[in-house]
Design a protein around this ligand. Structure first.
Ligand code: PLP
Length: 759
């Protein structure tokens, strides 16, 4: 944002009375004192929001602001320029409109009930190599949000995408005046028009006011009559016309179609689009799935109560087998009788085991008593349900990790695209799927169609079976006293020496089992577990005249695949190729051969994927070449602040008093400690966390359950969210602080930290 205005110019633009005539320049528009940074001069607009902005004028002044737009009398020192107006929000809108009118490049506005942010982000992604695009941050689409979005425009851009939303009749004209869009996208109002509008027609017509002066508005064929009725100049398309891009295979076919349609109109070629579509960013409006209290699985979809979205959520709940019993909880307040009936009819058609409709924000007793079921919560964004869902969370402890399952799927797709087409995918889910939790990731992998799972030890395999995983499971490390469980749970042992081979066959003979699948592991340079090439003659001899054992696969493991010097790996692959040629000709049936792990698949996927790859860390997006390969990070780790304190010079922090205060500081105590996996090595500035826009170093020693960080000059309070790993502190950086690797970070997060899975 760069306003480049003088105090006088602002007064003119907002049509205000200046109380004193102090002139000066301002660059940034501020409506929240947390936005103030010392290096740029700002103008503070005192808005009448949840909090009355007039109470913050002095704070803004103290932080260096000298120009104020107010609608109440405020008293400030003499060197402040005070501009009085009737309505401060309208004043911001006037500044935004004035700013927008400085630019003559195209401004595309998006409105409708659903999908605006997704379409905006996707279109941006599709055209960003062809245009310098300014766009609304996040979902800034309200009366204030649109104004703030327009201020993003600068002379360095040549295209703008702005979202607009309305919740009441007669709101759109102001937005239209501010944005003056030259192009438009209308996403339709769907069935989601209940709130404050009389009818779908009225809702449509109000949205479409945005485009009355636009040159062209893009929409789907189904909006034809609405557009015609409002006399909008439109270009229409249909999902079918984009079949090359397979929109129907995504849950957001309409949004994708619109983004593609407009990108094509703006000159992006089809081949380019085909490439880009594979990499579309994933967005966060989605189902939240987590383990709740009483072993319930909670599916939280309290974003809206649109029928199409409800159907998707039900589809997900009833097609997943994570819990056998299905329960649906709805909040239908503020809906018309007709819509209520439609919704109830739809839910009943899925035949849930139990079905609750919440009234007056109270949770029925029966709902609280449920155990081991999956519960779908569905209600509009404003409904009481959003808060109620929180009570079902397994919140022993306000520290949690989030896993983005869409990123996981994306990563598998990206890696798979590199492999020879017939190659199968085994995902290693050892150590509770790299610390992500016992069964959610395996269930997800089963749903998205991976071929095999692998674990380290037998009990990890039995857990998978007990939780309903049916995929074949390879167990890397078995011993004789686990053989009973291996066959009882249909697990497939990996055998690494003759002694175990013989013992396992004896077990099969005793159980009367034949053709039982096993895997043979070979040494090629890892020097951990495995037969040597010299063992092959004995091995083949032993396996020749028996029918208890069937060799399902033969594999080896790479020791140095992340090294940019590929020589060692190439040598391992060479040895493995020789082992393969010796073994395969001795069997009349097909055996799967595999050697690549995630790093290996990234570097050798095109040439050495053999019949299968074994992926682990790559699925989560943390290989050494993740960025170049287009893998997405899938994990965030968060905690919260429990208390804030101010410490005076000379005081000390924590056990051992290892931090002494030089200058008065503010510290925050976080709900995370070394018992959670936030290791003690992070004490005294080695580790940092991210709070409300800033990095905060650890002060003192990390305790078992708590950690203190420096939050001097950071606007924060008890309860605020703290990022341990996420967008600002990535996994790589965090691992480096600890002198370790992502594998160890992921698997060291304690079980008491709750896990949330985003779909
Ligand atoms: C853990 C493991 C993998 C997966 O390794 P990543 O580096 O996480 O891809 C593959 N094979 C074996 C034998 C493993 O132990």
């Amino acid at each position: 944002m760069k306003l480049g205005l003088t105090h006088k110019e602002i007064a003119t633009i907002v049509d205000g009375e200046t109380v004193n005539n102090i002139d000066g320049n301002v660059d940034i528009l501020i409506y929240d004192t947390r936005m103030i940074t010392s290096d740029r001069s700002g103008v503070f607009f005192a808005l009448q929001n949840k909090r009355n902005g007039h109470a913050f004028c002095q704070k803004a002044y103290d932080k260096g602001v000298r120009c104020f737009v107010v609608s109440e009398v405020v008293s400030l020192p003499e060197d402040a320029c005070i501009i009085e107006v009737e309505d401060t929000l309208e004043a911001i809108q006037s500044v935004a409109k004035n700013h927008r009118n400085k630019f003559s490049y195209p401004v595309l506005a998006i409105t409708g009930s659903l999908g605006k942010t997704m379409i905006k982000e996707w279109l941006y992604f599709l055209i960003k190599d062809n245009y310098k695009v300014a766009r609304s941050p996040k979902s800034y689409n309200s009366q204030l949000g649109v104004a703030i979005s327009l201020l993003e425009m600068t002379e360095n851009h040549d295209f703008a995408i702005i979202e607009a939303d309305i919740s009441h009749p007669d709101e759109m004209s102001k937005l239209e005046e501010m944005i003056s869009p030259t192009l438009g996208i209308f996403t339709g109002v769907g069935t989601n028009y209940e709130d404050n509008f009389e009818s779908k027609k009225q809702h449509n017509a109000e949205h479409l006011k945005l485009f009355k002066h636009a040159n062209i508005t893009f929409a789907l064929n189904e909006e034809y009559s609405a557009l015609r009725r409002s006399k909008i100049n439109a270009e229409l398309t249909d999902i079918e016309e984009w079949s090359d891009f397979k929109p129907k295979e995504t849950p957001f076919a309409k949004n994708l179609t619109l983004a593609l349609f407009v990108a094509t109109f703006l000159g992006v070629s089809k081949p380019e689009l085909l490439e880009k579509v594979k990499l579309l960013p994933k967005l966060s409006n989605r189902l939240e799935v987590f383990e709740g209290q009483n072993d319930n699985l909670i599916i939280n979809d309290t974003y809206n109560i649109d029928i199409d979205a409800l159907e998707q959520s039900l589809e997900y709940q009833f097609s997943s087998d994570e819990r056998e019993k299905k329960v649906v909880v709805l909040d239908l307040s503020n809906l018309s009788e007709e819509r209520k009936e439609q919704i109830i009819f739809l839910v009943e058609s899925y035949k849930p085991d139990e079905f609750f409709i919440i009234k007056d924000a109270t949770i029925p007793k029966e709902l609280k008593e449920l155990k081991g079921v999956s519960v779908l919560f569905k209600g509009s964004y404003n409904s009481s349900l959003k808060k109620l869902v929180k009570q079902f969370k397994n919140r022993k402890h306000e520290t949690w990790v989030e896993f983005d399952l869409k990123a996981v799927k994306h990563n598998i797709d990206i890696i798979q695209a590199k492999l020879q087409p017939q190659t199968k995918v085994l995902v290693m889910v050892k150590a509770s799927s790299y610390g992500t939790g016992d069964v959610n990731i395996p269930h997800f992998l089963q749903q998205v169609g991976v071929d095999y799972l692998g674990v380290a030890y037998t009990d990890e395999g039995t857990t998978l079976r007990e939780k309903g995983i049916q995929l074949p499971v390879l167990v890397m490390n078995t011993e004789q006293n686990a053989f009973d469980d291996i066959t009882k749970f249909c697990l497939e042992p990996s055998i690494f020496d003759m002694k175990n081979l013989v013992a396992f066959r004896e077990h099969l003979l005793k159980e009367g089992l034949t053709d039982y699948p096993i895997h043979l592991t070979f040494e090629t340079g890892m020097n951990r577990l495995g037969f040597d090439a010299e063992d092959i003659p004995d091995l083949l001899n032993y396996l020749k005249d028996q029918n208890e054992i069937k060799v399902k696969s033969v594999y080896s493991h790479l020791a140095d695949a992340d090294n940019t010097d590929k020589a060692y790996t190439e040598n391992q692959i060479q040895q493995f190729t020789e082992i393969k040629s010796k073994i395969e000709k001795a069997f009349s049936y097909k055996i799967l051969f595999h050697i690549l792990n995630s790093e290996g698949a990234s570097k050798f996927g095109e040439t050495a994927s053999f019949d299968m790859v074994r992926l682990g860390i790559g699925v989560f997006g943390y290989t050494s070449t993740a960025k170049e390969d287009g893998l997405l990070p899938s994990m965030k780790w968060k905690t919260t602040i429990s208390q804030i304190k101010t410490l005076k010079t000379g005081e000390t922090v924590g056990y051992g008093r290892s931090y002494k205060v030089d200058n008065e500081i503010n510290i925050a105590t976080l709900r995370i400690g070394y018992a959670d996996g936030f290791r003690r090595d992070l004490s005294n500035g080695v580790g940092k966390v991210f709070i409300n826009g800033k990095l905060c170093p650890v002060v003192g020693n990390v305790c078992m359950d708590m950690t203190m960080v420096d939050v001097t000059n950071i606007d924060c309070q008890a309860g605020d969210e703290v990022e341990i790993i996420g967008e600002h502190i990535d996994m790589e950086t965090f691992s480096k602080h600890l002198g370790t690797i992502p594998y160890e970070v992921m698997t060291s997060i304690n079980k008491r930290v709750s896990r949330i899975y985003l779909r």
